[in-house]
Design a protein around this ligand. Structure first.
Ligand SMILES: Nc1nc2c(ncn2[C@@H]2O[C@H](COP(=O)(O)OP(=O)(O)OP(=O)(O)O)[C@@H](O)[C@H]2O)c(=O)[nH]1
Ligand SMILES: [Mg+2]
Length: 200
């Protein structure tokens, strides 16, 4: 038990309904039943920690709209996510920020002229704490090949990760929890950061 507590954390973050829990199921198939997945935003309501051999997998609720809950509950959930990052960032060996690439441009462009859009804000927040971060352009299977490439290029351009020397270009991955596209690249990144964390 004592040992389990010392395992580093893999945190899965992002907006609601982007496929965070679906990704967690891929990473920990043995815990499939304990991880809820659903069609509406707001399925995951609390932080779910799953012991996954070398690390603790943390499936978090989504930022933004949640169905079937009050605004007060939603605000509390969002507070919890922020506190989790602020208080436990040293334990996180990798954060995976999951984006729904099908919707990314629409949501991003809506806010880009008036504020820092949320997806970028979350990434920057994690960088303030120097948390190694991988961005997944999930649901790429929903777009035609050409469109997928265009949207993925747009994501890379606006997230502008090259401003962060600690984050290599390979940390943005075109992904599909449905087809498994990108899963090998992600696993390579996870193994890399796990090894790096151990060496620290
Ligand atoms: N086509 C497609 N659907 C996906 C993919 N990943 C997830 N989904 C679907 O998207 C919906 C939301 O998935 P979840 O994994 O529950 O998303 P979440 O980010 O955990 O959602 P919240 O917990 O509500 O924030 C489900 O209907 C999934 O089956 C994907 O790569 N492709
Ligand atoms: Mg979820």
């Amino acid at each position: 038990m004592e040992n389990a507590k010392k395992k580093p954390l893999l945190a899965v973050l992002g907006r609601s309904n982007t496929g965070k829990s679906s990704l967690c199921r891929m990473l920990a198939p043995q815990a499939m039943k304990a991880i809820k997945v659903g069609k509406y935003p707001g399925v995951t309501k609390g932080l779910k920690e799953i012991d996954n051999e070398d690390y603790i997998l943390v499936d978090l609720p989504g930022f933004g709209y949640m169905m079937h809950v009050s605004k007060q509950f939603r605000d509390e959930v969002q507070d919890k996510i922020i506190k989790f990052i602020e208080q436990r960032h040293r334990e996180i060996f990798i954060a995976i920020e999951v984006i729904n690439i099908e919707m990314f441009r629409i949501v991003f462009d809506k806010y880009k002229d008036t504020s820092v859009p949320f997806d970028k804000e979350l990434f920057e927040f994690l960088q303030q704490f120097k948390v190694p971060t991988v961005i997944l352009a999930n649901k790429i299977d929903k777009l035609r090949k050409q469109e997928g490439e265009t949207e993925f290029a747009y994501l890379k351009e606006v997230m502008d990760i090259k401003r962060y020397p600690g984050i290599p270009p390979g940390n943005i991955i075109a992904f599909s929890a449905k087809t498994g596209l990108g899963f090998e690249s992600l696993q390579e990144r996870i193994a890399f950061y796990l090894k790096t964390k151990r060496a620290r």
